[in-house]
Design a protein around this ligand. Structure first.
Ligand code: UD1
Ligand code: CA
Length: 456
C-alpha cells in the first residue's frame, strides 16, 4: 500500500521556556522536526503531511525549501483532532504512519517493522517498556497479548498506572480505517481532548486487530518537552553516532567527547582525540588523526594527514599526508595537495596550495593560487582586499617567500623566485630572481639616545 506520513507538530512546548516553537529547537545542529522529516523520507512515502499550529510562520519559514504538505491546526484539541485535520488529504488506499515532531530519534528500521505489521485490517502501535512510565499512556493487553485499550495517565486507575508498557504515540494503520475510527472518538476524558489513543479500544470493539510492536530502546521514542530532555536526546544522539563510527573501526578516545552532527565516512585506523566536532559531510581517509578540540565541517581529509589540536576546518579539501595546526583555520575553498604543511595561526581561504608547500606560522593566504614546494615564511599576508574588490595572488612552484612579506594582489610571483623578508610586493616578481620591496637599512652616526634626567 502507498504510504502517507503524518507528523504532529502543532503543540506549543510551553516547558521549553523559549521564543522558538518546540519543533525548531536544535538537536545536533538540526531542528527536531528536521530529524523526523529526514527519517520519514527514508521510507519513501507518497507525501509527508505536517500538522502545525504554534509558531506557524516560523515553522513554515524554516522548512520552506522542503516538499511538504502543511496542515494548519489552529487550535489544539488533541492528537485525534490533529490527525483528523490531515486525513481528508490522504487517499483511502494509503497506509498512514503517525510520527511526532518532538520525538526525533525514531529509527527507520523500527518504523519499517511497524509498517509491516499494519495490514488492511490492523492497527499497529509502537510501545515501549519504561521503568518510569509517568505521564505516558498505558497499554492494556488482553489475555492473548493483543491491545485492548490505551489509557492516558490522567484517566488511568491506580491499577492501570502500574502497567509499565507505554504508548509511544507512533501508530500505523490504513487511512480508510483511521477515518472510520476517528469519527467515533469523543472528548469525554480528563483533559477534554480528542485522543488519538482512543482508536485502540474502538478498533478492538469493531473486531479489528490492534498489534503492538515494542521499541528496542527507550532512546528512540524519547519525547522532548523541556531543555533537560533536549540535552538527554542530544546525549543519546551523540552516543549512537560515536558508536556507529567506532563499530566501523574508528578509534575514539572518549565517545562522550565526540560530537557528530552530520554524516561521516572514515577509512581504516582513523583516530579521533577528545572534543572533536564533526559537522555536515565529513570524509576521513585511512589513518587520519585528529587531535583534541577540532571543529571539522563539510571537509574531506586525505589519508595519513594529521590535524593537530585546536583547528577549525570548514569546507576544505585536504590532500594526503598533510600536517595541519595546531591552531590553524581552513575556510571555504581551501584546497590542499599532498604533503602540505599549515602551521599555527595560519588562515587559508579560497586558496589552492600545491604538493609539498608549507606555511608554518602566522600567515594569511586568501584568494591565492600556490604551486608546489613553495615555502611561505612566517607573517606573510596575501593582501587580497582593497575595501571593494578581492584579487588573486599567484605563487608559482618552488618560490620562497621571506618572513613578514605583504603580497598586494593582484600579483604574481614567478617560479623559484625568492622574496626578501619584510618586502611589500606590489608588482609581479620574475622567476628565479631575488626580489626585495623594502626601504634600505640606514644607520645614523650623529644620533644620540635621549637620556633621562637623574633625580637628585
Ligand atoms: C501522547 C499520547 C500518549 C503517549 C505520549 C507519548 C495521546 C492522547 N496521548 O500524550 O498516550 O504516551 O503522547 O509521548 O495521544 N499535538 C498536536 N495537536 C494537538 C495535540 C497534540 O499537534 O491538538 C502534538 C503535540 O505537538 C505533540 C504530540 O502531538 O508533539 C503529542 O501531544 P501531547 O499533548 O504532548 O500528548 P501527550 O499528552 O504527551
Ligand atoms: Ca508529549
Amino acid at each position: 500500500m502507498p504510504l502517507s506520513v503524518l507528523i504532529l507538530a502543532a503543540g506549543q512546548g510551553k516547558r521549553m521556556n523559549s521564543e522558538w516553537p518546540k519543533v525548531l529547537q536544535p538537536l545536533a545542529g538540526r531542528a527536531l522536526l528536521k530529524h523526523v522529516i529526514d527519517t520519514a523520507r527514508q521510507l519513501r512515502p507518497d507525501a509527508i503531511h505536517v500538522v502545525y499550529g504554534h509558531g506557524a510562520e516560523q515553522v513554515r519559514e524554516a522548512f520552506k525549501a522542503e516538499a511538504l504538505s502543511w496542515v494548519l491546526q489552529e487550535r489544539q484539541f488533541g492528537t485525534g483532532h490533529a490527525v483528523l485535520q490531515a486525513l481528508p488529504r490522504i487517499p483511502d488506499g494509503h497506509t498512514v504512519l503517525v510520527l511526532y515532531g518532538d520525538v526525533p530519534l525514531i529509527r527507520r528500521d523500527t518504523l519499517e517493522g511497524l509498517l509491516k505489521l499494519a495490514g488492511p485490517k490492523t492497527l499497529a502501535v509502537l510501545t515501549v517498556m519504561l521503568a518510569d512510565p509517568g505521564g505516558y499512556g498505558r497499554i492494556l493487553r488482553d489475555a492473548r497479548g493483543r491491545i485492548r485499550k490505551i489509557v492516558e495517565h490522567k484517566d488511568a486507575s491506580k491499577r492501570e498506572l502500574r502497567v509499565r508498557e507505554s504508548n509511544t504515540g507512533i501508530i500505523a494503520a490504513p487511512a480508510k480505517l483511521l477515518k472510520k475510527w476517528l469519527a467515533l472518538v469523543n472528548n469525554n476524558n480528563a483533559q477534554g481532548e480528542y485522543y488519538l489513543t482512543d482508536i485502540a479500544a474502538i478498533a478492538t470493539r469493531e473486531k479489528f486487530n490492534v498489534v503492538p510492536q515494542l521499541a528496542l530502546t527507550e532512546a528512540e521514542v524519547l519525547g522532548v518537552n523541556d531543555k533537560v530532555q533536549l540535552a538527554q536526546v542530544e546525549a543519546a544522539y551523540r552516543r549512537e553516532r560515536a558508536q556507529e563510527l567506532m563499530l566501523s573501526g574508528v578509534t575514539v578516545i572518549d565517545p562522550q567527547r565526540l560530537d557528530i552532527r552530520g554524516t561521516v565516512t572514515a577509512g581504516r585506523d582513523v583516530q579521533l582525540d577528545v572534543n572533536v566536532i564533526l559537522e555536515g559531510k565529513v570524509k576521513l581517509g585511512d589513518r587520519v588523526w585528529i587531535g583534541p578540540n577540532c571543529v571539522v565541517r563539510d571537509t574531506a581529509i586525505g589519508a595519513d594527514t594529521r590535524i593537530f589540536a585546536n583547528c577549525v576546518l570548514d569546507n576544505a579539501v585536504i590532500g594526503p599526508s598533510c600536517s595541519i595546526g595546531p591552531f590553524a583555520r581552513l575556510r571555504p575553498g581551501a584546497a590542499l595537495g599532498r604533503g602540505v604543511h599549515i602551521g599555527n595561526f595560519v588562515e587559508v581561504k579560497n586558496a589552492k596550495i600545491g604538493d609539498g608547500s608549507k606555511a608554518n606560522h602566522l600567515t594569511y593566504l586568501g584568494d591565492a593560487l600556490i604551486g608546489k614546494d613553495v615555502n611561505v615564511g612566517a607573517g606573510t599576508i596575501t593582501c587580497n582586499y582593497d575595501g571593494v574588490n578581492k584579487s588573486q595572488t599567484r605563487i608559482e612552484d618552488g618560490v620562497f617567500i621571506g618572513s613578514g612579506s605583504m603580497l598586494v594582489a593582484p600579483v604574481r610571483i614567478g617560479a623559484r623566485a625568492t622574496i626578501g623578508a619584510g618586502s611589500t610586493i606590489t608588482e609581479d616578481a620574475p622567476a628565479d630572481k631575488l626580489t626585495l620591496g623594502r626601504s634600505r637599512q640606514v644607520s645614523i652616526d650623529s644620533w644620540a639616545r635621549p637620556a633621562k634626567r637623574k633625580k637628585s
